[in-house]
Design a protein around this ligand. Structure first.
Ligand SMILES: Nc1ncnc2c1ncn2[C@@H]1O[C@H](COP(=O)(O)OP(=O)(O)O)[C@@H](O)[C@H]1O
Ligand SMILES: [Mg+2]
Length: 197
């Protein structure tokens, strides 16, 4: 399946044309490298795909529901954020569903009658959503990343204690694997796509 299709794309900044007649397709699950001299227009292509810049001419078609991640720099986390918390950030929606479920469980002991029935239905819905969104797979996915990136002994340490390369590698996998982004653009990826398992 083609997830990205670009046709006759042109990008100019004022009188200066940076990109002209760009056309290519990217298939689902492809890993593509874009190499060019400084100023050739690599970052501009990314910005157009991400929607940060409009093309001057041409078409960009992304598959329906495609999510785009763009990891240019290592994200800044508040001081003392642990490695585990940065991984868990990918599951924020699931975490809030889980919190709502905990609250509902606590309320089940106090309400009765119709209110209880309504609560049970809401709980049922929340549980279904949690399952569909992969809530029961979180531990397995985290485990794969922790083992693959050899993060076992760092998991409860501050993210700040990781090296630059380790931070970038970890954040790449959060975007690419945990967040399921359709496209993840990495600047200067070096070898960070290697997950040792
Ligand atoms: N916002 C902008 N306004 C004007 N010119 C720009 C802008 N962004 C990039 N350019 C120019 O577009 C060209 C390509 O830049 P860029 O895409 O950053 O190249 P690369 O990432 O391949 O090094 C360069 O000549 C740059 O000066
Ligand atoms: Mg660039």
């Amino acid at each position: 399946m083609i997830v990205l299709n670009i046709e006759h794309m042109k990008k100019s900044y004022g009188a200066e044309t940076v990109l002209e007649d760009i056309h290519f397709d990217i298939q689902d699950n492809a890993r593509v490298g874009l190499i060019g001299r400084n100023g050739a227009g690599k970052t501009t292509i990314f910005k157009v795909i991400c929607g940060q810049e409009e093309p001057t001419e041409g078409f960009i078609h992304k598959s329906k529901g495609a999510q785009v991640g763009y990891l240019e720099q290592i994200p800044q986390w508040p001081e003392n954020t642990t490695v585990k918390e940065t991984l868990m950030s990918a599951f924020s929606e699931l975490t809030s569903i889980q919190n709502a479920m905990r609250t509902m469980e606590a309320d089940m002991g106090t309400v009765t009658g119709n209110a209880l029935e309504t609560l049970m239905n809401a709980y049922d819905e929340a549980q279904k959503k949690y399952e569909i969104l992969g809530g029961y797979d979180i531990d397995e996915k985290l485990g794969r990343i922790i083992t693959g990136l050899k993060l076992n002994s760092f998991i409860n340490q501050s993210f700040e204690t990781l090296s630059g390369g380790e931070k970038k590698q970890e954040q790449c996998w959060v975007d690419f694997y945990l967040r399921h982004q359709t496209f993840s653009f990495l600047m200067n990826p070096q070898t960070i796509l290697t997950l040792n398992r």
